[in-house]
Design a binder for this molecule. Structure first.
Ligand SMILES: C[S@@+](CC[C@H](N)C(=O)[O-])C[C@H]1O[C@@H](n2cnc3c(N)ncnc32)[C@H](O)[C@@H]1O
Length: 208
């Protein structure tokens, strides 16, 4: 088993109760209004964790698929969705190594990039762009600051965010003709009580 996969399987396996909030990440609430036709739209999440973002979107008419590197995360996502009476497809996927099959109207990658190396980050973004239908959207969120520091070294080891990630990501989308429809920041608190800042980019695919 890969180091990263083991890390997350252990994390979810050892945590009693929920690891994350039952509520979706705050800016996920912007998604339904960013897409006019809602019923029957498809949403895929990369690194979906316990599935709270997709459970929220399912309630707004999206047909959702949760993917994660960790099977333990997906067990949790299925359990929490079932408790709410929500149908949630799940599939194990390591975005560093595997490609995405199918095309989706909305792809979310929330708070996953800090677990990837710089070159893997751009590879992951390219994969989600390619798997997005025309007029579909990508939702990416990432830490830009933690405990007052603009760079951070989290566990597992790879976690290091460059200061210019926000600009780099919007540039990739603009270069490919996508439209940035939201660029928002919010303050949050980590599980260990450290304050952090999170940025969300929502981009719409205009071309084919
Ligand atoms: C901080 S959690 C975020 C979970 C969820 N997106 C949310 O907003 O609460 C990061 C998630 O990314 C997953 N992850 C880490 N590396 C991954 C990879 N290479 N491919 C897919 N998922 C990954 C982890 O297992 C974990 O569930």
């Amino acid at each position: 088993m890969d180091k990263m996969e083991r890390y997350f399987d252990d994390m979810y396996g050892k945590t009693k109760g929920r690891r994350f909030s039952e509520e979706p990440r705050p800016n996920v609430r912007l998604i339904p209004s960013a897409q006019k036709r809602r019923k029957g739209l498809t949403a895929l999440e990369i690194g979906a964790g316990e599935g709270q973002n997709l459970i929220y979107l399912s309630k707004h008419g999206y047909v959702c698929t949760a993917t994660d590197i960790s099977s333990q995360a997906l067990i949790r996502a299925r359990k929490y969705a079932a408790e709410k009476g929500i149908k949630l497809a799940t599939a194990k996927l390591d975005i560093r190594r595997e490609s995405i099959s199918g095309r989706y109207d909305c792809i979310i990658m929330a708070l996953v990039l800090h677990n990837l190396q710089t070159e893997e980050r751009y590879g992951a973004i390219k994969k989600i762009m390619k798997a997005t239908r025309k007029n579909g959207i990508n939702f990416i969120s990432f830490y830009t600051e933690r405990n007052g520091k603009k760079e951070m070294n989290l566990e597992p080891k790879l976690s290091f965010l460059g200061k210019d990630l926000e600009g780099s990501i919007t540039k990739i989308y603009r270069q490919k003709g996508w439209k940035i429809i939201e660029l928002r920041r919010y303050n949050s608190i980590m599980k260990n009580k450290e304050p952090c800042k999170i940025t969300t980019v929502i981009a719409r695919k205009i071309g084919s």
